[in-house]
Ligand binder design. Structure first.
Ligand code: UTP
Length: 289
């Protein structure tokens, strides 16, 4: 049995309006948490889950993402000539050998479901992973996508990561309806996008990690836009679960919503405290401040 997953899709074509003006020119996914851009954490998680094909769904102003994963000839030559071996390794290690990056454009930001649909021609018939890079999840030893991939291989089911949120916040998330959980896993009965707290089927919100059957692409072809004009992956998953098993998975790990300023600052502090070089000094400074 295959222990990993071949393809992971990174939908990174959103406008990032909550971070303006920082994201006017710089993609949200290139904002660094300490010394690595968000997209780098996402790629490392995908590779740890066995991915060999990385599909980026990009849009206008997102060129820096492709540049980041390209070889930087001038920089590398310069570092080599100056004998800066360690820095050279750091620059080169953004992408392990044997991992391929593919790019497709979403020409208009018509929603997450639409963005994922844009990747169709680059994904084969097998189940594939999805990572939303602005959902940063800290669980160094066992990254969340790898947890989902294991569950998928054990059961054959599609699987999406969920976590509890305060009930008054359900209108900001996709929310799942699950009868019961057994050892962190529950079979989905339903899923709705941004429900009012009074109508939400639970307080379990979808976080940006999925392993989905490729059947989702056929469903996305006819998924209607919602009242905001966006095609939602949530609506396509609601249709998928009428045909195939889809599980919700309460992952282990600490989630930071780096699409919001508060979550981004929290991640910066937590990752700063744990950083191998500066964690000690930074923690002392924080604790004294
Ligand atoms: P968000 O809801 O965070 O939207 O998208 P956003 O545009 O990135 O940011 P804000 O809300 O304006 O600040 C969730 C994920 O879906 C991708 C985003 O890039 C992000 O990874 N997305 C969203 C697309 O790729 N295309 C879209 O049309 C919408």
């Amino acid at each position: 049995m295959n222990a990993g997953i071949e393809t992971v899709v990174f939908p990174v074509a959103g406008l990032g309006t909550r971070f303006l003006p920082a994201t006017k020119v710089v993609p949200k996914e290139m904002l660094p948490v300490v010394d690595k851009p968000l997209i780098q954490y996402a790629v490392e998680e995908a590779v740890a889950a066995g991915a060999r094909k990385l599909v980026f769904v990009t849009g206008r102003t997102k060129g820096a993402i492709a540049d980041h994963f390209d070889m930087a000839y001038e920089l590398e030559t310069e570092l080599e000539q100056r004998g800066k071996r360690e820095l050279l390794e750091t620059a080169r290690s953004v992408l392990p050998a044997g991992v391929e990056c593919l790019y497709v454009r979403q020409s208009q930001a018509l929603g997450l479901g639409h963005a994922i649909g844009c990747a169709r021609s680059l994904v084969n018939e097998e189940a594939f992973g999805i990572i939303l890079p602005d959902d940063l999840i800290d669980n160094g030893d066992d990254p969340v996508l790898a947890q989902l991939v294991r569950h998928h291989h054990e059961t054959g089911a599609s699987v999406i990561s969920v976590e509890k949120v305060p009930r008054e916040k359900t209108a900001s998330y996709g929310v799942v309806d699950v009868a019961a959980f057994d050892n962190r896993v529950g079979r989905l009965r339903g899923i709705v996008e941004k429900p009012d707290p009074a109508e939400a089927p639970s307080n379990l919100a979808v976080v940006g990690r999925y392993v989905l059957s490729s059947r989702i692409f056929e469903i996305l072809e006819h998924t209607e836009p919602d009242h905001r004009g966006e095609i939602q992956i949530t609506d396509a998953i609601a249709e998928l679960l009428r045909e195939q098993a889809v599980d919700a998975f309460q992952f282990e790990g600490r989630h930071f919503d780096c699409g919001s300023k508060l979550g981004f600052l929290q991640a910066t502090v937590e990752y700063g405290r744990k950083h191998p070089e500066l964690g000690g000094d930074f923690s002392r400074w924080l604790d004294e401040a």
